[in-house]
Design a protein. Structure first.
Length: 230
């Protein structure tokens, strides 16, 4: 059952196509092309350890290719904005600055979210692209020795059928108590981690345009799934 009307949307999505359906502020078209106004928040002194950490979902097909192209097309200020990504397979992290060669060399991986941070970022940016409905997403197995391995910052599709954190757990085939979904509130500067199969996960609404961190327990192991969409 699609529960799109209960999804709390903080951004507008405009989809160009022959067939459009409006539900709870979300427009969906047959060609799955998107143009989204994504809000950003700047770090605030004393605003919490995760203030201004804008974890962002990107369409699985987009015109960016690398972090430098994304910075340029989104209008992110050079030298004051950083793009941060986590490789869930190796556990490696990469932090680059817009307007540098390092940013141009950082490839964007479809299905993985990125983090935008900057003291001068605009209040919102336009993100464009389209979906790849056949792209499988893998949450690597948890590695106790390296906490970054298995931590997938997941680009939630803009026309996802998932409304809550628990919906994502179900789509990924994560059993009850077998994994977590974490959301960072860049405005409040705080994060919330939900355990699959709990009431809290079932009541926690996803925010359109935000990437969330998905992870499994060591006992659950790796999970591969194709995100459900309208």
């Amino acid at each position: 059952m699609i529960k799109s009307k209960s999804l709390h949307l903080t951004v507008a999505v405009f989809v160009i196509g022959a067939v459009m359906v409006a539900a709870g502020g979300l427009a969906v078209a047959s060609n799955m092309g998107f143009k989204m106004n994504k809000p950003l928040y700047r770090p605030v002194a004393g605003g919490g350890g995760e203030s201004g950490l804008n974890w962002t979902s990107l369409p699985y097909h987009g015109p960016y290719g690398n972090a430098g192209a994304f910075c340029a097309q989104a209008g992110l200020p050079n030298l004051t904005t950083t793009i941060f990504v986590v490789d869930p397979v190796s556990g490696g992290t990469t932090n680059v600055t817009c307007g540098t060669t390092s940013a141009n060399n950082l490839q964007i991986v479809p299905g993985r979210g990125l983090r935008i941070r900057g003291t001068l970022v605009p209040t919102s940016i336009i993100i464009v692209g389209s979906h790849n409905p056949s792209l499988p997403i893998t949450i690597p197995a948890n590695n106790v020795a390296d906490p970054e391995i298995g931590q997938l910052w997941f680009s939630v599709p803009y026309h996802t059928t998932a409304v809550t954190a628990q919906d994502l757990c179900v789509q990924a085939g994560i059993p009850n108590l077998g994994g977590t979904v974490r959301r960072v509130n860049a405005q409040a500067g705080s994060g919330t981690t939900l355990t699959c199969g709990t009431t809290s996960a079932a009541q926690f609404n996803l925010i359109l345009g935000e990437a969330v961190r998905m992870a499994t327990t060591a006992a659950t192991g790796a999970r591969t799934f194709t995100p459900a969409h309208f």
